[in-house]
Ligand binder design. Structure first.
Ligand SMILES: [Zn+2]
Length: 237
């Protein structure tokens, strides 16, 4: 079976330097329409997608309103056969969610938005527009309401059972970032063993891929191991 790549694009300018972290934070909170230093916008994502495209790995790429894909990114997304998803922030109510969803759809049009995921796992308020609680049951209803899909939850897998989907929904992810892996289930060997028989999702944040050599190396290592084990990468249609 396959690995499924989920990518959450959290940072407009990444966080590989102090200036870029500050630019990201300002842009996250105020959605600067004319981007602060446009040439640096989403360069970390461009680098990440460049690797995926070279390796023929398509994924579900989730964008916040403050990280909407610009032309350069749309081109890379199309070239790699990736799916555009919406990374929801203001999930206070169906009304606030659909307002944000509609704005996002409009900005990325004519590209299609195939599904959504939730920004944050419930503990921290991550910016001005962010509603912190993580309420997956609500989002499942909203997905039906808006005729879209909510495939991935924000849990951390602790066992094989945690990676089994329920009604096409994966409550837990295998995170490429080590600090979000559980000690009882943290090895690529464990992950790949399951991926031989089942589809399993992995989650990465391109800002961490750019900033941390460990994250980048781990992702590259997983690509290498997936090839050695004849495991494909797939996206939902
Ligand atoms: Zn996020």
């Amino acid at each position: 079976m396959s690995l499924i790549l989920r990518v959450d694009v959290d940072k407009p300018y990444g966080n590989a330097s102090l200036t870029r972290s500050i630019a990201s934070k300002l842009s996250e909170d105020y959605w600067f329409p004319d981007r602060i230093y446009k040439t640096r916008y989403l360069i970390h994502l461009a680098e990440f997608l460049g690797l995926c495209n070279k390796e023929n790995i398509a994924g579900h790429i989730y964008f916040r309103m403050c990280t909407v894909p610009d032309e350069k990114i749309v081109e890379l997304v199309k070239k790699g056969g990736h799916r555009i998803g919406f990374h929801a922030e203001n999930t206070r109510s169906l009304e606030t969610f659909s307002a944000e969803w509609n704005d996002f759809e409009e900005v990325v049009s004519p590209e299609k938005v195939s599904s959504f995921s939730k920004h944050g796992s419930g503990t921290l308020k991550l910016g001005k527009q962010h509603y912190a609680p993580y309420e997956p049951e609500k989002y499942k209803d909203w997905a039906m309401e808006l005729n879209t899909r909510f495939y991935f939850g924000n849990g951390i897998c602790k066992s094989i059972d945690d990676l089994i989907p329920k009604n096409d929904f994966y409550p837990n992810m295998f995170w490429i970032e080590r600090e979000y892996r559980d000690n009882s289930f943290s090895g690529f060997d464990q992950l790949l063993k399951i991926a031989k028989n089942k589809d399993v999702p992995v989650l990465i944040h391109p800002c961490n891929y750019e900033r941390s050599r460990v994250v980048a190396n781990d992702f590259k290592e997983l690509i290498k191991l997936s090839k050695e084990n004849n495991i494909d990468w797939k996206v939902y249609e």
